[in-house]
Design a protein around this ligand. Structure first.
Ligand SMILES: C[S@@+](CC[C@H](N)C(=O)[O-])C[C@H]1O[C@@H](n2cnc3c(N)ncnc32)[C@H](O)[C@@H]1O
Length: 262
């Protein structure tokens, strides 16, 4: 698959309403509780300018605006997500402090040194050129600015076949990397890693949640699943493989913070 096709495939998948039915508003393991932990690690203060890369439906950005008083720009590859996020900002009365645009993480439409912090949740793993995206994070940060990432981690050599197909790519697993590789990608663009934390239990809770919601939707909304292309016969094997991969340390979720050298 070509790089632009990979991005569109991920963005299209995460524009579907069935994703919100399965995951809720926050499209990453750990949900808003982990976003709050990330914000705490970044020591955000009111009126700081924050960029949320791959902002999805705006949950992270709106939380950072509402709870921490930040002024947040959100960017996502999927126009439908951008529109929904902007609508959510308006509905919450936060549209003067949270603005969303459609764009590509690997080519950010912002000037150099604009932001106090960049956050990116459950998305670096999907970007075909992770080094280019990280270089963009560094470029748009002020000197001394911070980057906060939460993301899927894997040991790619040990992933079982069930977690390597197209579904695994959409589920953010297929091109995820080990935690130290993410740290290396950041370090090579001048982002010094300050802290890393493992949150593998959050990945297990998300797998359990998806299974429970699939079982419910199988009864209450089977056509919704079929229309979205969810393969209910394959789902148990994929979910069980994911559970086993978390248990043996092949798959997980992590938080990283880094700082741009002054
Ligand atoms: C797993 S979702 C995470 C969304 C959000 N960060 C959250 O945690 O709720 C991944 C998001 O990445 C977006 N995405 C994928 N490739 C992208 C790219 N190259 N640039 C910007 N956004 C991208 C998708 O459209 C999707 O909204």
């Amino acid at each position: 698959m070509k790089r632009d096709e990979i991005k569109s495939c991920c963005a299209d998948a995460y524009s579907k309403d069935v994703v919100a039915l399965l995951l809720g508003d926050s499209y990453h393991p750990g949900g808003t509780a982990l976003t709050r932990r990330l914000a705490g690690a970044l020591t955000l203060t009111p009126d700081q300018r924050v960029l949320d890369v791959a902002s999805g439906r705006g949950t992270t950005a709106l939380l950072l605006t509402d709870v921490y008083g930040a002024r947040v720009d959100g960017l996502d590859y999927a126009p439908a997500n951008t529109a929904l996020a902007q609508g959510a900002a308006q509905a919450a009365g936060l549209a003067d402090r949270a603005v969303f645009v459609t764009g590509d993480a690997e080519h950010l439409p912002y000037e150099d040194g604009l932001f106090d912090a960049v956050v990116c949740e459950c998305a670096l793993c999907t970007f075909p050129d992770k080094a280019q995206a990280a270089a963009e994070f560094a470029r748009v940060l002020k000197p001394g600015g911070r980057v906060g990432i939460t993301d899927v981690t894997t040991d790619p050599r040990r992933l079982p076949p069930e977690l390597l197909g197209p579904v695994a790519r959409i589920a953010c697993v297929a091109d995820a990397r080990p935690l130290d590789e993410y740290a290396g990608i950041l370090a090579r663009v001048g982002l010094r890693v300050m802290a890393t934390e493992r949150h593998d239990q959050a990945m297990l809770r998300m797998i359990d949640q998806i299974e429970a919601r699939l079982n419910l939707l199988r009864i209450t909304a089977p056509t919704c699943l079929a229309d979205a292309g969810v393969d209910l016969t394959a789902a148990p094997a994929v979910l069980n493989a994911a559970r086993a991969a978390v248990a043996d340390g092949t798959l997980g979720y992590a938080l990283l913070t880094a700082v741009k050298s002054p």
